[in-house]
Design a binder for this molecule. Structure first.
Ligand SMILES: *Cc1c(COP(=O)(O)O)cnc(C)c1O
Length: 340
């Protein structure tokens, strides 16, 4: 099976497993796991922040990050297909007690005009107060797109005094593809999260970064939500290995995604614009082919290729370090045949 459903499907490599089994560990609830502390410090430094907090998922890192910036009863603005709004099961309402209002833009892009019109920092005792703006970079359901107006938005929010939350689950991909240092992105946000279990290939884990104060509070809330952990250094070791070994190679995944997009565009003209595939996610709209998403996914599976669907007419293929160039080509040829 060639599995291109997500970049989360990777399995730990031999080198990563060796790092995990040899990691020094301790009780992290007591702050005594040296490997967890090393990971938190290394990621915080990479992202240009004072402190970091290792969490079991990106969703938890986002819950803690948004919670730190938005009091219950206030709102956070985000794009309509943002992970925090669509794929965290209402956690920000159920746990953080906030509402969201959204803008909608192709590729999940920042739209400054729409955001300006939404921002309501203090309209008196009648309207909900905007506490923060959350941005995803790259944007997952937008098709792995890099935000083009990221700095412009950060500048505006600085002027108004509203904090930026960065869901950087795939900030690694944005950085490698754009040549922008991770810290140049993340340091603009008051709280930022990154996933170690996406393109980098770790089995588990995300890191939330922010000021020392913010992370101190987030640590309390992580435990409050039942997600403190003990000898988590075995997992942090996988994260350290992932960042140190599997970051720069993301460029290969991006090249593979571009090749997939080209093959699909040949087979089903207009379904995808290869030059708009910037990172490791290919979203192809198959509306004009007359095939259904379910049918293509099912038939592909019988031919040894796993892919995903997003929305009624869109297929999603995600490249990653366990899918070689020839795997990706084979998968794309299979899907291309099914679309013709
Ligand atoms: C995967 C992802 C997350 C976190 O997902 P978890 O499954 O909770 O680790 C957050 N944001 C984006 C954009 C993602 O793609």
């Amino acid at each position: 099976m060639i599995d291109l459903r997500s970049d989360t499907v990777t399995k730990p490599s031999a080198g990563m497993l060796a790092a995990m089994t040899s990691a020094p560990v301790g009780d992290d609830v007591y702050g005594e796991d040296p490997t967890v502390t090393e990971l938190e410090n290394e990621i915080a430094a990479l992202l240009g922040h004072e402190a970091g907090l290792f969490t079991v998922t990106g969703s938890l890192a986002n819950i803690l990050g948004v919670r730190a910036l938005a009091a219950p009863g206030t709102e956070v603005l985000c794009e309509a297909s943002a992970h925090i709004a669509r794929a965290e099961l209402g956690a920000h309402a159920a746990i953080n007690g906030i509402t969201t209002r959204t803008w909608s833009a192709p590729g999940g892009q920042i739209d400054l005009d729409q955001i300006r019109a939404l921002i309501a920092p203090d309209l008196g005792p009648y309207f909900v107060t905007t506490s923060a703006v959350s941005v995803e970079n790259t944007h997952n359901f937008g098709g792995g797109t890099i935000q083009t107006s990221y700095d412009a938005l950060a500048d505006e929010l600085d002027t108004i005094g509203l904090p930026l939350h960065l869901d950087g689950a795939r900030l690694w991909n944005a950085s490698v593809a754009s040549g922008t240092p991770l810290s140049a992105y993340a340091s603009r946000a008051a709280a930022a999260s990154v996933c170690l279990s996406k393109g980098l290939g770790a089995p588990v884990g995300s890191v939330l970064v922010g000021s020392a104060e913010l992370i101190k509070e987030a640590r309390v809330w992580r435990k409050r939500l039942g997600a403190g952990w003990r000898q988590a250094g075995v997992l942090a070791a996988a994260g350290l290995y992932a960042v140190r070994n599997n970051f720069e190679r993301l460029a290969e995944d991006h090249a593979h995604a571009r090749q997939i997009a080209e093959l699909l565009a040949d087979a089903a003209p207009g379904s995808v614009k290869p030059d708009q595939v910037e990172t490791n996610i290919v979203v192809a709209d198959i509306a004009t082919t007359g095939k259904s998403v379910a049918e293509v996914i099912e038939t592909a599976k019988t031919q040894g290729v796993l892919i995903g669907g997003v929305g009624a007419t869109q297929l999603r293929l995600v490249t990653h370090l366990d899918a070689s160039a020839s795997d990706c080509r084979k998968a794309a040829e299979t899907i291309a045949r099914l679309l013709q």
